[in-house]
Design a protein around this ligand. Structure first.
Ligand code: DOR
Length: 442
């Protein structure tokens, strides 16, 4: 057993720190008492030193997935905070931000506190909750955003549902001016989306499934960008997947508005052709839906250029029985925490599209800035949250090996290159060689 005060010396890794824009080969890092310490701090030899040989591996700080569904309270047959924490550690993440569309929804401070404290007790990942925007996710009156934030919420979202009322969204964005954390929108025009199950296009026509046009997303994205301009509020657009949304983001950027966005790994890797290839299997059913190649390419461009500063999984685990229903009845969602990193490395790094510093920024510094967390990077005194990655490990996605309870993924069977081989949270290894270590507080 490693004592918390022992020194861990990780040597030989290529250290890639997007917070400081650093990429250094064959470097070393010391950790003690849950923090990064300097070599001088540990030179006196008073504490045992455990040496970890990380030659051939990459070391990155604080991978953050700012959009996950951990289903607790209320839907623990899909996921709970233990299995969700294990999935996060297995996937290489040290922070996850669960959405508030639980049952009951996270619309009161005590639920934010409960998720946080329970996450700390489990001890595998930092759980930073997202509170709801509206009371009970009903879209009728605002939740008390200030007290949710005081309790530890790092953002506000009715994710899974749009805030349909422009008046309420205006109010939420107005409040966000005096808050530290963003309003996160699930942009989808309800009337256009009603009764649909996939992207509207050639594939939906061939399959005879009702489709939603990409404009359903862009209409709300443009509306919200206008409202961000009106209010000066802080807006983040979740899982963007439409050309019009990218245009709205570019406009917001040109206009100096505080607007950000995220893309999911599945929208970067797959297209709506997967719905056909999977032969009506609802593992491909997700909201927003998988899009055609032209949009997928535009999303990749937007991540490469930084127009979209965040990649987030929208990890949405469901029980096998729920996903075994016909396409029209099955719930939306893909279990993503354990495939996110490999998918992103395969699409963006091994294709030569991005350098490691920029790529890992989308998974660390990007979400940190959007949520206003202010992590300094791997500096002496910083909290020791880091991940060791084998960038060249080739592996095949096998959902049966997931720690998540949700095995629902159309990435099953895909060959990916690159994966996390060790995760450290608060100076303690939470995963090594693919095995998640025992949770504390269990
Ligand atoms: O596919 C999705 N599943 N999209 C969402 O917006 C919600 C999520 C869920 O909660 O299952």
């Amino acid at each position: 057993m490693t004592n918390r005060d022992d020194v861990i010396r990780i040597r030989g890794a290529r250290i890639i720190d997007p917070f400081r824009g650093i990429d250094v080969k064959d470097d070393e890092l010391h950790v003690a008492g849950g923090r990064i310490v300097s070599r001088d701090d540990v030179r006196d030899g008073s504490r045992p030193v455990r040496v970890v040989d990380a030659h051939g591996l990459w070391l990155v700080p604080r991978l953050t997935d700012m959009h996950v569904h951990l289903r607790s309270p209320g839907q623990e047959w899909k996921e709970d905070l233990v299995s969700g924490s294990q999935a996060a550690a297995a996937g290489g993440f040290t922070i996850v931000a669960p959405m508030g569309n639980t049952d009951p929804p996270v619309d009161i401070p005590s639920l934010v506190e409960w998720q946080r404290h329970r996450g700390d007790a489990i001890g595998l990942v930092r759980i930073f909750p997202i509170g709801t925007i509206t009371h009970g996710l009903q879209g009728e009156r605002l939740a008390d955003l200030y007290t949710l934030e005081q309790a530890g919420a790092v953002g506000f979202s009715d994710d899974g549902r749009v805030v349909a009322s422009a008046r309420l969204m205006r109010a939420a964005l107005s409040y966000s001016v005096s808050l530290r954390h963003p309003i996160i929108e699930h942009a989808e025009d309800r009337a256009l989306a009603e009764g649909t199950v996939m992207h509207e296009g050639d594939v939906s026509q061939r399959l005879g499934l009702p489709g939603v046009p990409e404009q359903a997303e862009a209409l709300i994205a443009w509306r919200d960008v206008e409202l961000a301009g009106l209010t000066g509020g802080r807006l983040h657009l979740a899982h963007v997947s439409s050309l019009g949304t990218l245009a709205a983001l570019a406009y917001a950027k040109r206009s100096g508005l505080t607007v950000s966005a995220e893309v999911t790994p599945h929208h970067l890797y797959l297209t709506d052709e997967a719905v056909e290839a999977w032969d009506y299997n609802p593992v491909t059913k997700v909201n927003p839906p998988l899009r055609p190649q032209s949009i997928r390419q535009a999303l990749i461009e937007a991540v490469v250029s930084g127009l979209v500063p965040v990649i987030a999984s929208d990890h949405a685990p469901h029980h096998a029985d729920e996903k075994a229903q016909p396409y029209s009845a099955a719930p939306y969602g893909i279990s993503g925490l354990e495939t996110s990193l490999g998918t992103v490395l395969t699409v963006l790094l091994h294709s030569g599209r991005m350098n490691p510093v920029d790529l890992f920024a989308r998974l660390s510094k990007g979400p940190d800035q959007v949520m206003g967390l202010n992590y300094p990077g791997l500096l002496t005194g910083a909290e020791a949250d880091l991940t060791l990655i084998d960038p060249n490990a080739r592996w095949t996605v096998d959902p049966a090996r997931f720690y998540s309870k949700g095995h629902n993924t159309p990435m099953a069977g895909e060959q990916l290159t690159g994966r996390a081989v060790a995760t450290m949270c608060r100076g303690r290894w939470t995963m090594r060689d693919g095995e998640v270590l025992e949770a504390d507080g269990e």
